[in-house]
Write a protein that binds this ligand. Sequence first.
Ligand SMILES: *Cc1c(COP(=O)(O)O)cnc(C)c1O
Length: 470
Amino acid sequence: MSTDPSLDKSFALLRETIDAVYHGVRDLPVTPTVTVPALRALVAQRIDLRHAHPLPALMQTVIDLLREHSLHITHPRYFGLFNPSVHPSGVMADALVALFNPQVAGWSHAPAANEMERLVLRHIVKSLGLEPDVTAAHFTSGGNEANHTAVIACLAWRYPEWGTSGVRACPRPPVIYLSEESHHSFIKVARATGLGTNALRHIPVDAQFRMIPARLAEQVGHDRAAGLEPLMVVATAGTTGTGAIDPLPRIAEIAERESLWLHVDAAWGGAAALSPALRPHLRGIERADSVTIDAHKWLSVPLGAGIAICRHHEAMHRAFGVDTGYVPPTEAGAEDLYKTSLQWSRRFMGLKLLFTFAELGAEGIAQQLEHQARMASRLREMLGNAGWEVSNETPFPLVCFTHSSLAADEVSTRQLVESVLKRGRAWVSPVRLPDSRWVVRACITSWRTNQDDLAILVDEMEFARRSVMV
Ligand SMILES: *Cc1c(COP(=O)(O)O)cnc(C)c1O
């Protein structure tokens, strides 16, 4: 206990709120109903920055705003965009990180934090079948930064002059191959690296939305003949739209034959490496030059935890190495992350994942991942029994579906989804498939989703379908 009653009151409120949200989120509406002008006015009115506010009252205001006006992604019926429910340990981890505020950029400033992150990262690298002693890995803000990191590392590896001459170091225009269903972060990466989006080749997908390897090989041939330089292929292991896994072994073969850097974007699906039952679906990932995994997706830690992995340690040094006269020298046997990654000042992002791994143990993690996969299988069955048609096939927990009584077009699918969201009992989203059909997308993003939640979702879908049909 401190001698500051206001601080004591704030701590009590924090404790109470963690408890109330963790145990009570299921009873909140999933979706907020507020409008932009109304909320903007409310925030300005409640938080007047001209005055000092006592901390307990300010906290209560913020808690009320967040509770009333958030889309609750930690709700077990948020069947959403890969954003997870979190464990209380993840909340505690983030609080401890803020408290000690370790500067992880240099080993000498944060020895304990650096070594704990290293432990977690080596665990992930091993589970992917990569060799931890030669593989570089670090935390990133998310998948976007991890993909960006991979492309920079690849460029620095391929072109010795990249660091000094930029794109002028490339004798021929480089080309990056990825599927039509790959993540749009590569659009930003192409712009940010100076390659431009014309450097991207979106390879067609098969009926299950996976990259067609023959089309990849064909496109590489065309580009080479046209005087371009095939540089990298991105295989997605768990696409954002439908959870498709590109055929990694066949893509790896083509990459090897054509001397392409193989990047596997496993932002969401990479978590499967931690389940013996699901890991076989990632076969081939061990042949990657670089891999992206987001711990803030299927590994269920609070946002802000991507992971960039690269088997060529030297590429990371070439890409990001710098020497300063103001940072203390690197400790013997250690590595300073500001020299091997895009970030400089760096938050201790790995603690929340360490907590999850250590709290649940390897078996507990596997069970959690497999529970979500099982809930998705159950949802497919339940939807089928209720007359819905499942439109995708994936071992990962993402279900796309529609109904024969609905036109699978944009307007009616959006209408259907809107009518689900309006009632606030579940969150799903519309998605366009590569064949231009629009269907409903439901991802089991929460490890807390149970069969009752699935039953409510199916009821809500049925209710919405009837209401849009009349
Ligand atoms: C989410 C996602 C990304 C982007 O990751 P962020 O953490 O949102 O930056 C990249 N690729 C895939 C396949 C994703 O699912």
